[in-house]
Design a protein around this ligand. Structure first.
Ligand SMILES: *Cc1c(COP(=O)(O)O)cnc(C)c1O
Length: 397
């Protein structure tokens, strides 16, 4: 069955993707480590170089351009996202940095949501700035009024929906259409929705990227980023990737591909566990609100329902004003099943205080927001652990 042109549902594509090539009868593609590729003749060497310079990704002439294991993973991602080409990078942050850098030069301007993943803000404020690129941060909830922030120098509209730590949903089709009308590219950090639950390229975004470190890897044992591009954006993105020599190991691609196979089933359980925990949080008098666009009470719910077909296990919890940082820290320190650690998307539950940065919208979260990753444990055990945490929160002193 051809996974690229297949009418199969996305969950089936997770199983089929990347399996069109010869695998010598095995279910999985071969894990091929390699640098040197041998050529038949000088003519063959010349032909492969010419083909690459003309934009072809295959046949591969050298290991830095990937190998059969990489290609199988890229095929699977392309099929899921409806993309032209995909690439794997050493981390999610590298994917963000290269997707920004590829489209800008000195004198250019980028638009970035105020809810952006923190290290991307640093990349814009420090690295892009040193190269003469200016950044304007915008309210992630902006609609058509974002138009007035575009200048003739705007080359890139950055999107992240929902936003890091604060989970604002963005009107992605609208914003992507505005960027295109203004002659800019758009790129989205699609990590939360995963390629299974949202396909931004299908609604007009040029580049969709993921921290594959999260649900694609799924087991807290992999660092990887991915970019998937439409035809319009690929030449520039590809040039940046090749000029920096960005590549990943075949072993990591095999892990990512293995992660994709079970991602659909894992996500169903992550979302169910998140909903079970959210139901408990909503009953606690100290909780002001839960930040999870898949929840009917969330301000981003209508957009989530319109654009996404599911949710993952990551959400925020905002405590009532007056419950200071010390009480929040007592909660975070008291849990024993939830881990205190960065990242998310693995099989294990995590709970950390959040410190969202804001430069153009009000920061109403200071000192009282925490982020929960619902892992794959039995939710009854997780609730028991939260009860322990909230007992510490309530303890005076
Ligand atoms: C974790 C994360 C990244 C960065 O991924 P790494 O692989 O840890 O570099 C980028 N964007 C979002 C939204 C993330 O949560």
């Amino acid at each position: 069955m051809n996974s690229k042109n297949s009418p199969a549902h996305p969950a089936t594509q997770l199983v089929l993707g990347g399996r069109d090539r010869d695998t010598l009868g095995f279910v999985n593609p071969p894990l091929v480590r390699g640098s040197t590729v041998l050529h038949d003749s000088v003519a063959d060497m010349k032909a492969r170089v010419a083909a690459r310079l003309a934009g072809a990704d295959e046949p591969i002439a050298y290991g830095i351009y990937g190998g059969p294991t990489h290609q199988a993973f890229y095929d699977a991602l392309n099929a899921l996202e409806g993309g032209h080409r995909s690439w794997a990078l050493p981390s999610g942050l590298t994917a963000c940095a290269i997707a920004l850098q590829a489209f800008v030069g000195s004198g250019d301007h980028v638009l970035v949501p105020d809810s952006v993943y923190g290290p991307v803000r640093r990349f814009c404020d420090q690295t892009l700035r040193r190269f003469g690129v200016t950044t304007t941060y915008y309210d992630p909830c902006s609609g058509a009024e974002i138009e007035r922030l575009f200048t003739p120098a705007t080359r890139m509209l950055w999107l992240e929906s929902p936003g890091s730590h604060t989970f604002e949903m963005q009107d992605v089709p609208l914003l992507a259409a505005i960027a295109r009308a203004r002659g800019a590219f758009s790129a989205i950090d699609n990590t939360w929705a995963t390629p299974l639950y949202f396909q931004p390229l299908k609604v007009g975004v040029d580049v969709s990227l993921h921290a594959a470190t999260k649900y694609i890897g799924g087991h807290s044992d992999l660092l990887m980023g991915t970019v998937t591009s439409n035809e319009r954006a690929w030449p520039q993105l590809r040039a940046a990737i090749h000029e920096y020599g960005l590549t990943t190991s075949a072993d990591d691609c095999a892990l990512a591909l293995r992660g994709l196979r079970s991602m659909g089933a894992r996500l169903v359980q992550h979302e169910a566990n998140a909903r079970a925990l959210i139901a408990w949080f909503k009953q606690q008098p100290e909780v002001e609100r839960v930040l999870f666009p898949a929840d009917a009470d969330d301000p981003g719910h209508a957009l989530w329902k319109r654009d996404m077909t599911g949710a993952c296990g990551l959400f925020g919890v905002l405590l009532k004003p007056g419950l200071g940082e010390a009480r929040l820290h007592a909660l975070v320190d008291a849990v024993t099943l939830f881990g205190r650690g960065y990242s998310w998307g693995g099989y294990e539950s995590l709970l950390i205080p959040s410190f969202p940065e804001r430069t153009v919208t009000a920061n109403v979260y200071s000192g009282r927001l925490f982020r929960v990753h619902a892992g794959l444990e039995d939710p009854r055990d997780l609730v028991a652990d939260l009860e322990r945490g909230f007992a510490a929160l309530r303890r005076p002193g």
